[in-house]
Design a protein around this ligand. Structure first.
Ligand code: ZN
Length: 434
């Protein structure tokens, strides 16, 4: 397999993007930094919008969802928009409000399980904490992002001598009693809460009493890596779904101005069902699209014309065939790593794809010169879902669900193919041009 230099560089850029984004708030920060560097202007939801023809803008809701767009060269009512959506959150562990607990000589941090991670993959890793902290100010509070670069917490396995069946039974962890993370030694002088919050306060250089609230995510400090005989694979945390965010953003920022308005929409809370003010089930996408249309002077009739000509690509990762577990897959729908983007179809509308939208994506891949694959889940297994059907039903626009093939979805260390990421960017560039 010959991997072009540009494809290798795109994969490296993805790993850098993920490693700078250990929480959904950091992911949005990473997206915003790239948008600002390319001249995109921030719009505030609380202010009136005045949009310039051909302008480039973005809007953040709730710190962990962002929608960026660039206005097309042709009238919106004539072309509709081309939107690519993905999610910024990943399944894992989140610190509880009263997280620190001292017992048996150690301080542990209590966690909640966010979404559906493979919990066993959190054991024996060099874990740390990242997220946001609200600090009291003279007139209210301010939000600060926090990321500890060094390992801070750990979930050590129980030795096999006390868990003799682990290789036959699999590693099972009670979510309440066996997931708290070891943080430090209990101190006679300080209680556990002071020890933890003091650590946060000194890192942010604030007073411990001024810390009002926090949302902190557990992440793996190991950076992303290439692996394999020809270094044709990548491994990192959060490939689901920061790989899709990165592909869509890269496609929009690296392609020429298009005739249709291009939109990248990245949402928080997909892993917990998307039903929130900032999730895909909320009003964010609809509000932004309506405000764009209003700012450009489209009347109600023109807005319907716009929607009827729009196209939405929901990008989320797909399950690559794993040769050690052939029975887990539908035999006629095995999708392979490094064999191209995947169109995901489910008759019960767990995916938004239909024959028309799949055909449209296939022609985009053909235009981009990239291969395409088709995935359907085993009929006797429950199928996952994503933001595709949610956005499709909220907006009523033609939609397709696609994604790059990957192994170990929802592991703390996922893997995927170098070629697929480059192929997906090319297909998305073609979508924005179309
Ligand atoms: Zn996902």
């Amino acid at each position: 397999m010959t991997i072009p230099d540009q494809t290798r560089a795109q994969a490296q850029d993805l790993l850098n993007f993920i490693d700078a984004s250990p929480s959904p708030w950091h992911a949005v920060q990473s997206v915003v930094q790239r948008l600002l560097a390319q001249g995109y202007k921030e719009l505030k939801e609380a202010e009136r919008w005045n949009l310039m023809q051909g302008g480039r803008y973005f809007v953040v809701r709730g710190g962990a969802s962002v929608i960026a767009f660039r206005l097309g060269q042709r009238a919106l009512a004539e072309t509709g928009f081309r939107m690519i959506g993905a999610h910024t959150d990943s399944p894992g562990l989140r610190l509880k409000t009263h997280t620190a607990q001292a017992s048996d000589g150690v301080v542990r941090l209590g966690v909640e399980v966010y979404g559906g991670p493979i919990l066993a993959t959190f054991t024996d890793r060099d874990l740390s904490l990242a997220g946001r902290v609200n600090i009291r100010t003279a007139d209210g509070f301010t939000t600060r992002l926090l990321k500890f670069d060094t390992p801070q917490v750990r979930l050590p396995n129980l030795a096999i001598h006390m868990n003799r069946e682990v290789n036959e039974q699999g590693l099972k962890l009670n979510k309440q009693t066996e997931l708290p993370l070891i943080f430090g030694m209990a101190s006679d002088k300080q209680n556990a809460r002071e020890q933890f919050l003091g650590h946060v306060a000194s890192t942010l250089d604030v007073n411990i009493d001024d810390i009002l609230t926090y949302e902190l995510n557990v992440f793996d400090t190991q950076p992303g890596a290439f692996w394999g005989a020809e270094q044709e694979f990548i491994a990192d945390s959060q490939l689901d779904n920061l790989a899709s965010c990165h592909a869509a953003l890269t496609a929009m920022l690296s392609s020429e101005d298009a005739s249709a308005t291009n939109i990248c929409a990245f949402f928080d809370h997909e892993e917990v069902g998307s039903e929130s003010a900032t999730g895909a089930g909320g009003s964010f996408a609809q509000d932004v699209i309506k405000r764009i249309a209003n700012a450009l002077g489209l009347d109600a009739e023109a807005q319907h014309c716009m929607l009827a000509q729009s196209f939405f690509i929901s990008a989320d990762m797909a399950h690559a065939y794993h040769p050690n577990f052939p029975n887990a897959y539908e035999p006629s729908h095995r999708v392979m790593v490094n064999a191209g983007p995947v169109i995901k179809t489910n008759a019960n509308q767990r995916y938004a794809t239909n024959a028309d939208t799949a055909a449209r994506f296939m022609t985009l891949c053909e235009a981009a010169g990239v291969p395409v694959q088709h995935y359907t889940h085993r009929t006797d297994l429950g199928c996952g879902s994503t933001i595709g059907p949610i956005i499709a039903s909220r907006l009523g626009i033609a939609s397709v669900d696609v994604g790059c093939p990957m192994w170990a979805m929802h592991s703390l260390r996922e893997s995927a193919g170098v070629m697929d990421h480059g192929h997906m960017i090319a297909a998305m560039q073609a979508a924005f041009r179309s």
